[in-house]
Design a protein around this ligand. Structure first.
Ligand SMILES: C[S@@+](CC[C@H](N)C(=O)[O-])C[C@H]1O[C@@H](n2cnc3c(N)ncnc32)[C@H](O)[C@@H]1O
Length: 317
């Protein structure tokens, strides 16, 4: 079914979108399939955007219609490879270090100390669930280094993304100026080293983070990861259909520990989706915790922080 086109995506970009019109029938077939396989939902207002993104893949595969592309995704013997290419094409690689830093600091200054005070032998497991090019999990490692916990305590930080291309870029650990638009200059100086005209995290930070591919539209791919103590799942639900968000959030809720929590992006909310999670105030941020656990979690955090403050005042450390 697939014909090779040696020209590649780059050469084709820009002129082919006018070649293919995305008519009603292929639009609805493709958007259902894309929602099933990636979680992402393209409403009617985004039909043009979807046509533009998919035109490139239609052309690269030597096809002449969106319907052929739909059959390719459904039935081709290389359907998995085509789905990966689709995920790469639909991925929105917008991220930067220290994004919504109040959440990052809530993890390092409140959740992590409470975890080690209440479960001294258990590793702290932190999962960045749509990590894109890696800025989020690297920020988490830096924040834990800043509070002196990264090397002193057992900590696992895993970054995953549904796009294999994003995971490859995260693993490359090479960051350009746009990634640094928010992080304080002193942290850049201390935790990064030059890498040609780019920057890479110092070895201690690189070592702290591991990466993998995991698709949030496939519960079996992330059910194990969802047992993490802290889940950062930020700025990906904005692209998802409500039913998919509900399924992902319910899997988080079933799998996370009783004191676990989930951070979402600023524009994202679970409030109207009928899942058993509620908002708790953690440091200067809000996170979702299991329904009924908010008071316990907030009280424990305050008690541990008060003990630490008292110890600091008494001992000067
Ligand atoms: C805008 S970035 C968010 C990056 C980071 N979490 C942040 O807030 O800065 C969205 C990411 O979600 C990923 N994504 C989209 N659909 C996904 C899925 N079904 N499973 C996992 N990741 C997905 C994209 O590949 C992209 O890297």
């Amino acid at each position: 079914m697939t014909q090779n086109n040696s020209g590649g995506a780059g050469r084709l970009r820009g002129y082919h979108s006018e070649l293919f019109a995305l008519a009603d029938a292929p639009f609805s077939l493709l958007r259902e399939l894309i929602m099933e396989k990636t979680g992402m939902y393209f409403d009617d207002a985004k039909r043009g955007l979807l046509a533009d993104k998919l035109s490139e893949l239609v052309a690269v595969n030597g096809l002449t219609s969106f319907l052929d592309y739909y059959y390719l995704l459904r039935h081709d013997e290389n359907a998995d490879a085509h789905l990966n290419a689709l995920m790469n094409r639909l991925s929105v690689p917008e991220t930067y270090f220290w994004r919504q830093s109040e959440q990052i600091l809530a993890m390092s200054e409140v959740i992590a100390p409470t975890h080690f005070a209440t479960k001294p032998r258990a590793p702290l497991r932190v999962w960045s669930a749509a990590c894109c090019t890696g800025e989020e999990p690297v920020s988490l490692a830096i924040a834990l280094a800043e509070v002196g916990l990264l090397d002193a305590q057992p900590i696992e930080i895993v970054g995953t993304d549904g796009s294999p291309a994003m995971v490859a870029r995260a693993r490359a650990n090479s960051f350009g100026p746009r990634s640094f638009r928010q992080i304080p200059a002193n942290l850049k100086e201390r935790y990064f080293e030059p890498d040609g005209d780019r920057w890479r995290p110092i070895e201690r930070i690189r070592r702290a983070v591991s990466y993998d591919v995991a698709n949030l539209a496939v519960p079996a791919e992330f059910a194990g990861l969802a047992t993490a103590d802290v889940i950062f799942c930020r700025n990906v639900f904005i692209y998802f259909a409500d039913d998919v968000i509900r399924r992902v959030a319910r899997t988080f809720c079933e799998r996370m520990p009783d004191d676990g929590c989930v951070f979402l992006g600023a524009a994202e909310s679970l409030t109207r989706l009928n899942v058993d999670l509620e908002l708790a105030e953690i440091g200067k941020a809000f996170a979702y915790v299991k329904a009924g656990r908010r008071h316990h979690i907030e009280r424990t955090n305050s008690a541990i922080l008060a003990t630490r403050t008292a110890t600091h005042v008494t001992t000067g450390h």
